[in-house]
Design a protein around this ligand. Structure first.
Ligand code: ARG
Length: 569
């Protein structure tokens, strides 16, 4: 049941000059619950009704006071403050959450529409470092949210497996590389060669030319270069997959940049045919002056294509293959300019679906120890971070001496969950500093805190026993869960579906993160304020019903973030 819509229905007949659908978005949820569960501001009506707003508010309040869904209606200044009937509200909400269980919050607004979410997209032969975690974790959550909203989703890992850097990599491997080292420690070895290449190239710029020539050979499909490239790619993917396994992440497609190499000539030709290409010192560019943007470089003077060319080819391929409703790219804000240019070029090509392509940017992550740079080899590996989080969590679990049968599994779920949750706690666009203390804190607004709250709910339910849970599922006396702390918790639970929809619309998983922190806090307040497993069976059953609802919503929320919800901690 949608309270907001029902309130709009109730208000509409009493408001002149505004349609029900105009009233709907004006209904507020006051932050301070003493101002009601819902409030309606009357400022806007003054002109239409030619009365002072407080007079209007008073009139409306009197007119709707008798409605059954309200326990109380007041006018305070220009506001109509509405207090819903708590028992009826509790009954509706808690029943629905228990019934729908895993599906509470799921919707079908996306039915029949395909959404592509491209995320992670690390570069082959380079470390999967802490910076990649942002795209990986944010993207995975956005995928899960869209899936929950009923869209057909395609997860794409657009691997950085092509480009001039592979000329450098091959060049460096041939000069300083060693096969055994690569087999033993692929990425660390390849990275050290790459780092050396940049050091040496500073002294001897001719190395850059050599590397460029090697890349052209690779693009032309010369077997020796292709073989090395393939080997680097296979070894790298093996390492990436280890991390994806830890995070519980999979993809529908790993078509990265190299996949588009044979689709490039057609794109370049199409740009030419559409009169968009201009020659510039031997290179081919698309001018974007009219948009106040620098030109997009399509081919270099040696004929090789660029990152943006491959992205144009990829977008066209995706439209033809998936006929997407939305094509989402979860990529760092450092690439804002790239995506602006790319979108304009696609628009200039006459593709109106350019507007359905969305770059979802995010800010930088730095470590307390200092920022990263692949070129200088100063890198923190994501895998090491995850392993360390699991290790530390195991220690904390042992110290707390909690009673878990499976310490290893719990440490993994909580440790990795802590890193994921931390990632999704801030607005994605904000830069942030990774701090171990913050990540693993069991008390703050952290993953362990929310998971712990979920485990606490599970433990209460175990203590309540199957019989009480079964009877709570049958029905309960909702008048027993109308205290302030119970009502506050139920309100937050009720808002969850709207929160999920909003997070999807804004591509902002942190909205879900914050909301489940709020729910966890409200649950702990309820747990603290009230005795749940009381002797009175009627009261106990109603409270157990609410605990079940809270557990369901926290669990579903954690799942949308890509986290596990252990039942014991
Ligand atoms: N491989 C790139 C990087 O790590 C990100 C790729 C982003 N996706 C895209 N379609 N351009 O920087």
């Amino acid at each position: 049941m949608n309270y907001r819509e029902k309130i709009a229905d109730i208000l509409a007949p009493h408001i002149e000059g505004l349609e029900r659908d105009e009233i709907l978005p004006m209904i507020e949820v006051p932050a301070d619950s003493s101002k009601g569960d819902y409030a309606f501001p009357c400022f806007k009506l003054a002109k239409i009704m030619r009365k002072a707003p407080p007079m209007i508010a008073k009139g409306i309040a009197e007119a709707i006071e008798g409605e059954k869904m309200f326990q109380k209606v007041e006018s305070v200044n220009a506001y109509v403050n509405m207090f819903v009937s708590k028992a009826e509200f509790a009954d509706n909400v808690v029943k629905e959450v228990i019934e729908k269980d895993e599906d509470f919050g799921r919707s079908d607004i996306g039915a029949g529409r395909t959404v592509i979410v491209e995320y992670s997209s690390p570069n082959i032969a380079k470390p999967f470092h802490i910076g990649h975690i942002r795209s990986t974790v944010i993207g995975n959550s956005i995928y899960k949210i869209y899936d929950f909203l009923g869209y057909d989703t395609i997860r794409i890992n657009h691997l950085g497996d092509y480009g001039t850097q592979f000329g450098k990599m091959i060049c460096a491997y041939r000069k300083w590389g060693n096969k055994e080292d690569v087999i033993r420690e692929p990425i660390k070895s390849l990275l050290s060669y790459y780092t050396k290449f940049h050091e040496e190239a500073e002294k001897d710029p001719s190395l850059e030319d050599e590397a460029r020539a090697i890349f052209v050979r690779l693009e032309n499909g010369e077997p020796e270069e292709v073989e090395l490239w393939q080997w680097f790619r296979d070894e790298s993917l093996r390492e990436f997959n280890r991390v994806y396994d830890m995070l519980g992440i999979t993809f529908d497609s790993y078509n990265g940049e190299s996949f588009y190499s044979d689709k490039m000539p057609a794109v370049v030709q199409e740009l030419k045919d559409k009169g968009l290409l201009v020659e510039d010192n031997g290179a081919q560019i698309v001018k974007l002056d009219q948009f106040d943007l620098p030109p997009a470089l399509i081919t270099k003077s040696d004929g090789s294509t660029l990152y943006i060319t491959r992205d144009i080819a990829a977008a066209i391929y995706r439209k033809n293959t998936y006929d997407f409703y939305k094509n989402i790219y979860v990529v760092a804000s450092q690439q804002n300019l790239h995506f602006q240019q790319w979108k304009k070029v696609i628009g200039l090509m006459g593709y109106d679906w350019a507007d359905d392509c969305v770059h979802v940017p995010f800010g930088l992550v730095s470590m307390e120890e200092g920022t990263m740079s692949t070129r200088q080899g100063r890198v923190i590996f994501l895998e090491d971070v995850l392993n360390r989080a699991v290790e530390q969590t195991r220690k904390i679990i042992m110290e707390k001496n909690v009673n878990t049968e499976n310490v290893d599994e719990t440490a993994r779920e909580v440790g990795i969950g802590a890193v994921i949750f931390n990632e999704l706690s801030n607005y994605r666009i904000k830069d942030y500093v990774f701090s171990w203390d913050k990540v693993l804190n069991f008390e703050g607004e952290t993953g362990p805190y929310v998971q712990y709250t979920h485990a606490r709910a599970c433990s209460i339910l175990r203590n309540a026993g199957e019989a009480v849970m079964a009877s709570a599922k049958e029905g309960f006396d909702a008048s027993r869960i109308t205290s302030d702390s119970a009502h506050a918790l139920i309100k937050l639970i009720y808002e969850m579906p709207e929160v999920i929809a909003e997070a999807g619309e804004k591509y902002e998983p942190s909205i879900v993160t914050r909301h489940i922190v709020d729910i966890a806090q409200a649950f702990n307040k309820f747990y603290h304020d009230e005795h749940i497993l009381v002797d009175d069976e009627t009261e106990k059953t109603a409270k157990v019903a609410l605990v079940m609802a809270a557990r369901n919503v926290i669990r579903n929320g954690l799942d949308l973030l890509g986290m596990k919800a252990p039942e014991k901690m």
